[in-house]
Design a protein around this ligand. Structure first.
Ligand code: DX5
Ligand code: ZN
Length: 226
């Protein structure tokens, strides 16, 4: 099943709760929450207090919950992972090159009752998956260099998505393959065709006046892939 995860990085931070509600009413499946520390990436965004504030908004109109998908672009990871788990994160992903003991950090996140995942930059090798694929719920492939919204999709990542799809299929586990960066209505089908099932989109959604139109266009593009 294809899931759309709007990144609130491109939302209006002065009205964040309302923005989350609007994008859920427009058809969002997950809320993607980008955490940047001005150390692992050259930008600074939002922390656990904001996650805690928007958590009550992460639900459908009927009250059923929507996962809060926290993407940590921070170094080191462990302390902030604990803080985001306490703030209500449902999914926590981190970059394996940002923490020394990857296996321990995955276990730490699971122990908090959250789903966990690893994030790979466009030029980061996948080797670590040889050893921890049985411990991840999500694999997130960056299709831009992390740090900013509104960048252009890096095409060689399509081949990397295929490789991760093969690894997931070989594992026999239900692992989400999420892709993040530069996803738009006109390229989402090619990302899905390469094997992704979860699509982060920030500027493509929040820079448009009507979020439901964009999400509907993304879903119809995805239908062409099946
Ligand atoms: C980039 C972030 C992305 C970003 C995507 O470092 O991880 O989630 O918000 O933004 P767009 O969709 O505008 O490329
Ligand atoms: Zn992200």
């Amino acid at each position: 099943m294809h899931l759309i995860a709007p990144s609130i990085l491109s939302a209006d931070f002065a009205r964040l709760g309302e923005e989350v509600t609007d994008v859920i009413n427009a058809g969002a499946d997950w809320i993607h929450f980008d955490v940047m520390d001005n150390h692992y990436v050259p930008n600074l965004t939002i922390g656990p207090a904001i996650a805690e504030s928007i958590k009550p908004y992460c639900k459908h109109a009927d009250g059923s919950p929507i996962p809060l998908d926290v993407h940590l672009m921070v170094q080191p990871v462990d302390r902030l992972a604990l803080a985001f788990a306490a703030a209500g994160a449902d999914i926590i992903t981190f970059h394996p090159d940002a923490e020394t003991h990857v296996d321990r950090t995955l276990q730490l996140i699971r122990d908090q009752g959250c789903q966990c995942g690893l994030v790979f930059n466009p030029a980061t090798p996948l080797d670590v998956l040889d050893w921890v694929i049985d411990k991840v719920d999500v694999i997130l492939l960056m299709s831009v260099n992390p740090g900013f919204g509104g960048q252009t999709f890096i095409e060689p990542v399509l081949e990397k998505i295929k490789q991760v799809r093969n690894r997931i299929d070989a594992s026999g586990r239900a692992i989400r393959l999420e892709v993040d960066g530069g996803i738009k209505v006109d390229n989402i089908a090619s990302v899905a065709a390469a094997g992704a099932d979860t699509f982060v989109a920030g500027s493509a959604i929040f820079n448009q006046p009507d979020y439901s139109t964009v999400i509907a266009q993304m879903r119809s593009a995805l239908e062409t892939v099946g």
